[in-house]
Design a protein around this ligand. Structure first.
Ligand SMILES: NC(=O)c1ccc[n+]([C@@H]2O[C@H](COP(=O)([O-])OP(=O)(O)OC[C@H]3O[C@@H](n4cnc5c(N)ncnc54)[C@H](OP(=O)(O)O)[C@@H]3O)[C@@H](O)[C@H]2O)c1
Length: 298
């Protein structure tokens, strides 16, 4: 199997790259930076490519592409987020016409204005989003499904594990006076996704027979409470901090009683209400075997 991985210098793409090399696949790894740490890529060939700039002039011959590259930020400059996440996806599709495209999307495409309760894949996209990241991820999915003849879209939620560049660093930005300020009560449920599980799902999606509709939620076997997830994440990182829950209304203008930090409307929407995904389609049609959440109950 010959595989191209975009975003291979990142958290998810690196895990996909290592899993594919371990499976004996021939992997070409793409990232934006000029050079990459060979160890993180398990020895895969590396090429630098800014996907927002243009399609590849000389793409390698591959059987499938796992597209992980993205501006994965909830506070980024909208123009850059759209350039990478939508225009960049267009360039990826144009570089590998006719190839299986595994598009790593996000649970952020579900409706941010109401709880996501065992969401099924048909419940997204929606009309309105809270930031450019979610809107661009939803638009990119639609582009992939409209243009690629052979595409699988995966929607993980809250990816965690060794090498996390996104979830844990964002949480740590909200630490004040030794406590992690979190909107809500901590008692609502959330679907978490271990990065190794997501990498396995990407490899399955790269080789699965054609399936329609080909959009799949990906997560750990069962949801956990936000409090369980946060304590587990902080403990696994060795951070001696505990969550402190703040009513969501205290964090929204005009009542804002805490420093702004990263507790924007998007963050509030992710922690104060349920965000759980139905995995039936991935289990039954992709052969995905979800693993339990990796950290023990608090
Ligand atoms: N982490 C999560 O919790 C989570 C949850 C749901 C979905 N996802 C999705 O998973 C995917 C990977 O996220 P991640 O957490 O691994 O993010 P990450 O660690 O920030 O990695 C992002 C990757 O995209 C590359 N990239 C960014 N802009 C680029 C550009 N213009 N051209 C080419 N490459 C570019 C980066 O390359 P350089 O580092 O070389 O610049 C890096 O390899 C994203 O599609 C994200 O939406 C992540």
């Amino acid at each position: 199997m010959r595989l191209a991985v975009t975003g291979a210098t990142g958290f998810v793409g690196g895990a996909v790259c290592r899993a594919a090399v371990a499976a004996g696949w021939q992997v070409t790894a793409f990232g934006r930076r000029a050079t990459a740490d060979a160890g993180r890529l398990a020895g895969a060939a590396y090429r630098s490519w800014d996907i927002g700039a243009a399609k590849l002039a000389d793409p390698p011959a591959v059987d499938a592409v796992v597209h992980c590259a993205a501006s994965a930020t909830d506070t980024g400059v909208a123009r850059e987020v759209w350039r990478t996440n939508l225009l960049g996806t267009h360039h990826v599709l144009a570089s590998f016409p006719g190839r299986r495209i595994v598009h790593v999307s996000s649970g952020s495409v579900y409706d941010p204005f109401r709880p996501t309760v065992c969401a099924k894949e048909h419940e997204a996209p929606v009309e309105r989003y809270l930031n450019a990241y979610a809107a661009a991820k939803a638009a990119a999915e639609q582009l992939v499904l409209a243009i690629a003849r052979d595409a699988v879209v995966l929607r993980p939620h809250a990816v965690y594990g060794a090498g996390d560049t996104t979830l844990l660093p964002r949480l740590l930005e909200n630490v004040r006076f030794g406590r992690l300020l979190v909107p809500g009560t901590g008692k609502v449920l959330v679907s978490m996704t271990h990065v190794d599980s997501l990498a396995r799902a990407c490899l399955l999606a790269a080789t699965a027979g054609p399936a329609w509709p080909s959009v799949f939620n990906i997560a750990d076997r069962a949801p956990v409470t936000v409090d369980w997830a946060l304590r587990g994440l902080l403990a696994s990182a060795g951070v001696p901090v505990r969550p402190a829950y703040v009513p969501a209304w205290l964090l929204s203008p005009p009542a804002r009683a805490f420093p702004r930090g990263r507790l924007n409307r998007y963050v509030i929407s992710q922690f104060a209400v349920e965000r759980t995904l139905d995995l039936t389609a991935a289990i039954e049609r992709l052969g995905f075997e979800p693993a339990p959440t990796a950290f023990p109950p608090p």
